[in-house]
Design a protein around this ligand. Structure first.
Ligand SMILES: C[S@@+](CC[C@H](N)C(=O)[O-])C[C@H]1O[C@@H](n2cnc3c(N)ncnc32)[C@H](O)[C@@H]1O
Length: 257
């Protein structure tokens, strides 16, 4: 499916104004419960620095800030950021890309992303960036739509996405096409087990998840290791993965004038 960053940013620019209202209607009020569960999982402490990636209009960031943490809300849609600044003037918003976070290494106590990772073009790159900016021992929490494990419930949910949601969206959204993308992107998204593997692959340890509303949403968490030797082995594995492969004989050939 098309997740070209320019198109995704433009789509969110278009829905920014009514985004929160549409969300709470479509989730049947569950969005509030999912956010409360996300905040409990992050467990923000006063004075901690927390990064909310793909923060949109900052609804997730505001919920995190209530506990006295210093939250930075990052999103690449100028429209969502403008709406966020209007609604939450006390939150620091930054326009930026999840795949190229504009922060140094080891800056945040916790990093979280709610309903954003599915929209990122290269989610594994974004997970790697979140790992990089976290302090050793820092927490990652990913709140995202997922796959209900019980087949009959999943079938009912898929039917809701395909037949019921479009009717509701026609009435409440300023851009119904954007919500066609929502259903498609939810179906194409990996299940709980595969996302856990991606998170481990980015270097996180103590990875676990919890289903919310029968698995319509899953909360994944992980930690950046504290141990220096584990951190070094993750860094080595990542640098080997990005190093170009040299084929036998290629070095000799490359050295020819
Ligand atoms: C469904 S909204 C979620 C907003 C918010 N976290 C919430 O829970 O309401 C997804 C957001 O992801 C943002 N997004 C998608 N790809 C991104 C990227 N590569 N970098 C930054 N933001 C991105 C979009 O602009 C959009 O605001």
């Amino acid at each position: 499916m098309n997740k070209r960053p320019d198109d995704v940013a433009r789509m969110f620019d278009d829905v920014a104004r009514h985004y929160d209202r549409t969300n709470s209607v479509l989730s049947g009020g569950n969005a509030i419960l999912w956010r409360a569960a996300m905040v409990r999982a992050v467990a923000p402490m006063p004075a901690e620095r927390i990064l909310d990636v793909a923060a949109g209009t900052g609804t997730s960031s505001a919920a995190l800030q209530r506990n006295g943490a210093r939250v930075v809300a990052l999103d690449f849609s100028a429209g969502m950021v403008a709406e966020g600044r209007r609604k939450h003037p006390k939150i620091e918003f930054i326009e930026g890309d999840a795949e190229k976070l504009p922060f140094g290494d080891n800056e945040f106590d916790a990093v979280t992303i709610s309903f954003g990772l599915r929209n990122v073009n290269e989610p594994k790159v974004a997970l790697s960036e979140m790992y990089r900016v976290l302090k050793p021992g820092g927490r990652l929490v990913v709140c995202e739509f997922s796959k209900p494990p019980v087949a009959i419930f999943r079938a009912g949910y898929w039917a809701y996405l395909q037949y019921v949601m479009p009717t509701i969206v026609d009435r409440v959204s300023s851009n119904p096409d954007a919500y066609g993308y929502l259903a498609e992107s939810i179906k194409a998204w990996p299940d709980q087990g595969e996302l856990s593997q991606w998170i481990r692959g980015a270097g996180f340890t103590r990875v676990a998840y919890r289903n919310l509303t029968g698995g319509i949403v899953a909360l994944h968490r992980g930690s950046k290791p504290v141990d220096a030797s584990v951190l070094a082995s993750v860094a080595k594995r990542k640098s080997n993965a990005t190093r170009p492969i040299t084929l036998p004989g290629a070095a000799a050939q490359n050295s020819k004038p």
